[in-house]
Design a protein around this ligand. Structure first.
Ligand code: FAD
Length: 458
């Protein structure tokens, strides 16, 4: 035992903080975690998990269309938002309780309070009722995650704009909705709300949605979303929001004119949640994005203070926060310095249709000066051919010419999230295109196309 109250104090019981706290406690360390909300963090309470349930709910009408195409006398009926929302929240409460129980079982003390630094070894814990106490710890781990932010430049946004946090608790489903933003959260909610019967318009100030993704993926998804009925307006940005006499939100656009919606969701960005942490007490300066700078071992410039997960803005995904937590415990408590490798992280966008992607985009390969070949295919899935419709799956492999290694895999289509998990193993293992091709196809599937792509793009 050290001279401090705790060996490790973790700030934030989200994806990263919970894993780090549990693993350290299982090694016999005296560990506490401060959480100002409920254990579970963004992923469980206002991110991946409730969103995925919404995706499932919103896909049902399409499945009913398919059912009719396959001969079923199926009717969509009506959707009870209130019943769904309350069941979704009840499930999150159950999961949050499991997180708490697992922490306690591992011997972690949970403190329901906001934590702020007094110095490098001392935290001030403030409860909701205003009670304060100080604790000391040998090592402190910042795992406070991120938070959506509303742009400042647009009057009325703070009063009338919703964030992704609000989407899970809507008192009722709007009939019309504008979604401002072009990132993965914007396109996911566009698909969800459209599937639930809301008339959705996506407003994005850039030229193409999903900046950072492969260009062909961006184009393909945009076409597919439009085909399904989502209206996408690019190079279009609200400059003002106000309410009309019926309480609807009137959006004044940079392109001139106004448009009126029941609700406006701002999915235009997230920020590391460093406000109120008093990082000044440590002399730590967040970077331009508000993130806590760390070295490859997640150590800040203060020797005993580490940071993991979204607050470091490296790759803002749950499994990444968890891997960084595991690497932190290896480094600090197992004498095994481990830097989590952020290359080739497979990821899914739960848009409709889904995106799965791992490795380099074509633009990144060009930027790195790599010589490569591209293999692409676009085809109608069997299910769609049978029932009718124009939706197509898109797949793309990027292959380094000199080594034949597959350096990028991109897919838009049903189950892309599931498929890319396995493609991710092959890309991480640096398998060659010849090895992909030597793998026997699974027939009849969409995924078999990935091992039968023959023609290089000219
Ligand atoms: P968090 O999970 O955010 O946890 C931080 C915790 O710290 C919070 O519980 C917070 O209350 C607490 N906290 C903050 N400040 C303090 C303080 N000063 N004192 C005490 N407690 C504090 N990722 C995926 O991998 N797949 C997805 O499909 C996916 N979908 C998403 C959908 C949405 C709408 C959003 C918003 C995010 C999504 N993410 C997804 C991202 C994922 O949720 C995050 O990457 C992940 O939760 C980050 O974990 P973390 O441990 O860094 O922080």
């Amino acid at each position: 035992m050290t001279k401090y109250d705790y060996d490790l104090f973790v700030i934030g019981a989200g994806s990263g903080g919970v894993r780090a706290a549990r693993l350290a406690a299982q090694l016999g360390k005296k560990v506490a975690v401060a959480e100002e909300d409920r254990p579970g963090g963004t992923c469980v309470l206002r991110g991946c998990v409730p969103k995925k349930f919404m995706v499932y709910a919103s896909e049902v009408p399409e499945q009913i269309d398919y059912a009719r195409g396959f001969g079923w006398d199926a009717q969509a009926g009506s959707f009870d938002w209130n019943a769904f929302r309350d069941r979704n929240q009840a499930e999150l409460t159950r999961l949050s309780q499991i997180y708490s129980a697992n922490l306690v079982k591992a011997g972690v003390e949970i403190v329901n309070a906001h934590a702020a630094f007094a110095d490098a070894h001392t935290l001030v814990l403030t409860t909701k009722s205003g009670g304060q106490r100080r604790v000391t710890a040998d090592t402190i781990l910042i795992a406070v995650g991120g938070w959506p932010f509303l742009p400042q430049h647009c009057p009325g946004v703070a009063e009338h704009g919703l964030t992704s946090n609000d989407m899970f608790l809507l008192p009722e489903l709007p009939k019309t909705m504008a979604i401002v933003g072009g990132g993965y959260i914007a396109v996911e909610f566009a698909g969800i709300m459209h599937g639930l019967g809301v008339d959705v318009t996506l407003l994005y100030r850039g030229q193409k949605i999903l900046r950072g993704f492969d260009d062909e993926v961006r184009d393909h998804l945009s076409n597919e979303m439009t085909l399904r009925g989502v209206k996408i307006h690019t190079e279009c940005d609200p400059v003002k929001l106000h309410l009309d006499e019926k309480g609807r939100t009137v959006v004044t656009l940079n392109t001139g004119g106004t448009a009126t919606f029941d609700k406006v969701l701002y999915a235009s960005g997230r920020k590391p949640k460093t406000e109120g942490l008093n990082l000044d007490a440590l002399g730590i300066k967040p970077d331009v994005h508000g993130a806590v700078p760390v070295d490859p071992f997640s150590r800040t410039e203060v020797e005993n203070v580490y940071a993991i997960g979204d607050v470091t803005n490296r790759a803002n995904l749950t499994p990444v926060a968890i891997r960084e937590a595991i690497a932190f415990v290896e480094t600090v408590y197992k004498a095994n310095p481990t830097a989590y490798d952020h290359e080739n992280i497979p990821t899914a966008v739960f848009s409709q249709p889904q995106i799965g992607t791992v490795g380099l985009t074509e633009a990144e390969a060009v930027e790195k000066g790599i010589e490569f070949d591209v293999y692409t295919t676009r085809f109608k899935p069997m299910k769609t051919s049978f029932v009718g419709g124009n939706s197509r799956i898109f797949m793309k492999l990027i292959v380094e010419r000199k080594s034949d290694v597959v350096i990028g895999v991109h897919m838009v289509g049903g189950d892309a999230g599931e498929i890319i998990q396995l493609a991710g193993i092959a890309v991480k293992a640096k398998l060659t295109k010849a090895q992909w091709d030597a793998t026997c196809a699974v027939h009849p599937t969409a995924a078999e196309e990935l091992v039968t792509l023959k023609d290089k793009r000219a």
